[in-house]
Write a protein that binds this ligand. Structure first.
Ligand code: TTP
Length: 293
């Protein structure tokens, strides 16, 4: 399975913050926003990740993330020429991704929670689609899923005026390889975009859509508005200050999950400038008995 991070779009709701910087490169507290979805995909066991961006911003993403080698993964970069919707971005994936199941995450989504890492890795069996449900106070702003008592999907509606449930669908999806042909069948919605909910409906019509309701202790934050961006930053700060552990730190995840060796982790530390981020990496190395020079 390969990973996909959608980091295109216009970020208009965050303008003028996004006038020259992509939303997904803005700070969420102490690191670029895209580090959070990168680490979510690493926890899901993915080693190859396509980063879909606008043409104008591709170099900035390359400068921020690099080839992935230092984190034991591989990034491929591709361009979505116009922001024509979330599933449209899948059309720009490299050939090597087009015959593969994928796990896709929106570059402005932050998922955090107990056991999320290990449970994600085994969540998808490679067939159909797996998406998630998350109770929110404002379902009208999201794609909403209605489940029957057995947990089967009754309906999916994009930004409903009168939501049939309080379960929003986070921007994190597992798809089998048929997703690549499905996106070619989509037609734009009234707002002129290809809609991810239409892809989910296609899987539903084949009885191939599974929704897993995220546990209460899980946090799902999106960072598309000034308010939600600040909230996400505050959330990360509170957890990190309290626990003395970082959320969304790719070097640490790579090392703890065995993607890189101790020596490679030490190399990450040596290449990092003096900063609180570097100090944190050093504290992880010390915990593992590695000697930092
Ligand atoms: P949105 O928040 O729906 O759109 P946006 O990022 O352009 O922001 P705004 O609505 O404020 O203009 O996008 C969710 C995520 O999906 C975000 O990470 C950008 C990404 N995306 C693409 O990569 N391509 C697209 O065509 C769209 C619509 C979104």
């Amino acid at each position: 399975m390969k990973g996909v991070i959608l980091a295109g779009g216009t970020g208009s709701r965050l303008w003028p913050l996004t006038a020259v910087i992509s939303k997904q490169l803005l700070a969420v507290y102490d690191k670029p926003m895209i580090f959070y979805p990168v680490t979510t995909l690493m926890f899901a066991g993915v080693r190859e990740i396509a980063v879909v961006t606008t043409e104008a911003q591709q170099e900035s993403f390359k400068a921020t993330l690099g080839s992935g080698e230092k984190w034991g993964i591989k990034f491929e970069y591709c361009v979505q020429s116009e922001p024509k919707g979330i599933p449209d971005a899948l059309k720009s994936l490299p050939i090597s991704f087009k015959n593969e199941p994928i796990v896709m995450i929106l570059g402005d989504n932050l998922l955090y929670g107990m056991g999320l890492g290990s449970s994600l890795a085994g969540a998808f069996n490679g067939t159909g689609a797996l998406a998630f449900g998350y109770p929110v106070a404002n379902p009208s702003e999201y794609g909403v899923v209605e489940l029957d008592q057995k947990g089967n999907v009754k309906s999916i509606t994009e930004k409903p005026v009168s939501p049939k449930s309080n379960l929003a669908i986070p921007g994190f999806y597992f798809f089998d390889k048929s997703v690549h042909s499905k996106v070619l069948e989509l037609v734009p919605s009234l707002r002129g975009e290809l809609e991810i909910t239409d892809i989910l409906k296609m899987y539903k019509s084949q009885s191939a859509l599974r929704i897993s309701v995220l546990e209460r202790g899980t946090a799902w934050l999106d960072t598309g508005t000034v308010e939600s961006l600040i909230q996400a930053g505050e959330f990360v700060k509170v957890i990190e200050d309290r626990q003395g552990l970082k959320i969304g730190c790719p070097e640490e995840v790579a090392f703890r999950e065995g993607y890189i060796t101790g020596n490679e982790f030490l190399k990450c530390i040596n290449n990092a400038p003096t900063s609180s981020y570097r100090d944190y990496l050093i504290s992880v190395a010390v915990e593992f008995g590695l000697s930092v020079i």
